[in-house]
Design a protein around this ligand. Structure first.
Ligand code: PLP
Length: 360
């Protein structure tokens, strides 16, 4: 079986964890601090605040931006549920804008149509490892005085015109084992604004700067030194991991280019797409339903994923909340996408095998 995702854990990660275990400091401690410093350097920002998941990163970022009841936050319906749920956690309202067909990311024109006097922030998502149209989004945010919380949970190391994902206003990353790098569970927030960083640190740790003095309602969303030790080892390898993903994606693009009915993923000019997912669209001309394609691949031992089969505004829980709008592009795309394995353990022979099956 070629799995759709596989974390690569080596001796460096294992030794790092063992050292933490022997140190006796197993919760948040010096390794978390070191990981924060190294990650901030990697993204090229002043501050990084480690937390225990990507979901927590989004939640804490919104809290530290002061977003809550009565506020609206514009985001994409074509993402993992955590993106918009984090808005609900704060009491604010997620407002969905449709996506662009070619990048699967939020459409800046659609964002403009959703802005009201209650809009406080935009959460673009760098879906599959391709940075959203950040230039256009930052311009809109500036015109309307909005915060931008970039959900870069799938985009460690991705760039747009040389600028790193997570280096704009606020960035949120996940280190779940299927992501481009891992800490087991984990997440991190990146920012340049010192005041924001201070508030984020409070929000993830019971609202206190000084232990047992509480200035705001906070949570316990801290990363552990065990996770940070894994993250420090992974951070040294992330660029190599990403290069392998990109090389696999390039091979698949070459091999699938003559197959009619399959639309391959492409990077926009100036974008380094880090292929958290390599996602094709299967259209009618292919002559086989998506379900049948998935079955054919799975039967051949090829893992697949559908990210995501149902846009968030159509999820039962959101319907209950009263969402009854349509976002035609997200709805169409969600019925066409299949992700294929390109993670660093996938070999050139695996790529041959996958493309042969799809050609047949
Ligand atoms: C993984 C992911 C999250 C949530 O991260 P967790 O670490 O699983 O909490 C949020 N948004 C996107 C786009 C993701 O892919």
């Amino acid at each position: 079986m070629i799995p759709i995702a596989k974390p690569l854990i080596g001796e460096e990660e294992i030794n790092g964890v063992m050292n933490v275990m022997r140190s006796g400091t197993i919760a948040e401690g010096p390794k978390v601090k070191e990981f924060e410093e190294e990650f901030a350097k990697y993204v090229g920002v002043e501050h990084a605040i480690a937390v225990n998941s990507g979901t927590a990163a989004l939640h804490v970022a919104l809290l530290a931006k002061g977003i809550g009841k009565g506020d609206e936050v514009i985001t994409t319906p074509f993402t993992f549920i955590a993106t918009s749920n984090s808005v609900l956690f704060t009491g604010a309202k997620p407002v969905f804008a449709d996506i662009e067909e070619n990048t699967f990311n939020i459409d800046p024109e659609s964002i403009k149509n959703k802005i009201t006097k209650n809009t406080k922030a935009i959460i673009p998502v760098d879906l599959y490892g391709h940075v959203a149209d950040m230039k256009a989004i930052m311009d809109i945010a500036e015109d309307h005085d909005l915060a931008v919380i970039e959900d870069a949970c799938q985009a460690h190391g991705a760039t747009q015109n040389g600028k790193m994902a997570g280096s704009y206003d606020v960035g949120c990353f996940s280190f779940y084992p299927t992501k481009n790098m891992t800490t087991s569970e984990g997440g991190i927030i990146t920012a340049n604004d010192g005041k924001f960083a201070e508030k984020a640190r409070m929000a993830k740790s019971h609202g206190s700067k000084v232990r047992y003095y509480h200035e705001m309602l906070g949570f316990n969303l801290r990363m552990t030194d065990i996770g940070a030790a894994i993250g420090l080892a992974q951070l040294k390898k992330i660029d190599v991991f990403n290069e392998k993903r990109m090389a696999n994606a390039k091979l698949l693009n070459e091999k699938l280019k003559d197959v009619s009915g399959i639309i391959m993923p492409s990077a926009m000019p100036g974008c380094k797409h880090v292929f958290h997912q390599y996602t094709i669209r299967v259209t009618e001309e292919y002559g086989m339903s998506r379900d049948d394609v998935i079955k054919m691949l799975n039967d051949a031992g090829i893992g697949t994923g559908i990210y995501y089969p149902l846009p968030i505004h159509q999820q039962p829980f959101y319907k209950e909340l009263g969402y009854d709008e349509t976002h035609p592009v997200a709805e169409k795309i969600s019925k066409e996408v299949i992700s294929l394995p390109v993670h660093p353990s996938v070999t050139a022979e695996d790529i041959d095998f996958i493309s042969e099956r799809l050609k047949r």
